[in-house]
Design a protein around this ligand. Sequence first.
Ligand code: UD1
Length: 330
Amino acid sequence: MTAETNVLVTGGAGYIGSHAVLALLDAGKRPVVIDNLVTGFRWAIPENVTFYEGNVADADLVARIIREERIDAIMHFAGSIIVPESVENPLKYYGNNTAASRSLIESALTNGVRHFIFSSTAATYGIPESSPVREGMPTLPINPYGMSKLMTEYMLRDVAAAHDFNYCALRYFNVAGADPSARSGQSTAGATHLIKVAVEAALGKRDSVAIFGTDYATADGTGVRDYIHVSDLAAAHVIALDALLTDPASSHILNCGYGHGYSVLEVLDAVDRVTNQMLDRKIEGRRAGDPDELISDNRAIKSRFGWQPRFDNLDTIVAHALQWERKLSR
Ligand code: UD1
């Protein structure tokens, strides 16, 4: 019997973090959550998981957790994620994302945690020079959100070069869906992303769905994205954890997506199909900063980690999102 792996999950009460907690439990690991509950929910953390309410930049608290819970690795999800807000209030993003991560990485180093998994984003690429986008392509973020995450990648790279420390930065594409057994899902009110908005509309929580632009350089003129099921993404984190523990000399920066995309119209068609009704669609102008198409090249994560998606099906993603949305309304 090997000793249990204790993993500190920051932002474990949030959307992706709560699914990572479930994936860790399912894999027989022991997650410990720290979350300030600004956007997360206490109820999203299972009863049997140890929870600390607080900030990842609170070095005294993090040191105490690492010591008392014998933390082996950190999965860092906590942060701010709204792109337009990052443009209006960049210092919030450099504070909550970059500066808080710097503090957390330092807490890891000084308290002997040598493995770090970081929630990064396709927004680090900016407008990719070609699609599908590979990890080695230039990273030129077009907003402070992407830059705040890229700066954290740089810190991790430099710390791993200088110390006995390894990391995996996972660059997420468009995360969607919910736990297949409806144990968690996207719960934040006022969410702006497409599948969440569309299932809310399907359940009558909104009157209509806006289509932001029909003149993009795509087959049907609407934006194309690589939607990845949140449970497949969570599973990638657990595989990354095992890889870091097995080979402490290796670090990784990897895309997380399915390697193919769907347009806004295709997503709305899927919602109509799954719900057997017709969404009220409103064509609007382009939203600032939206690229035509954002699709991952996912060959690296597949070949390096043997990651295999289980829910690479748009109707399944929509069905799970819908199931969760129904549960939220009860
Ligand atoms: C998402 C993430 C962002 C991440 C990026 C990386 C969210 C809120 N944003 O951005 O953090 O860095 O992926 O790939 O999860 N659309 C509509 N109507 C709507 C909402 C969206 O037409 O009501 C369109 C958008 O114009 C876009 C597509 O749907 O073409 C997806 O938009 P959205 O779900 O907001 O995600 P991204 O902006 O791609």
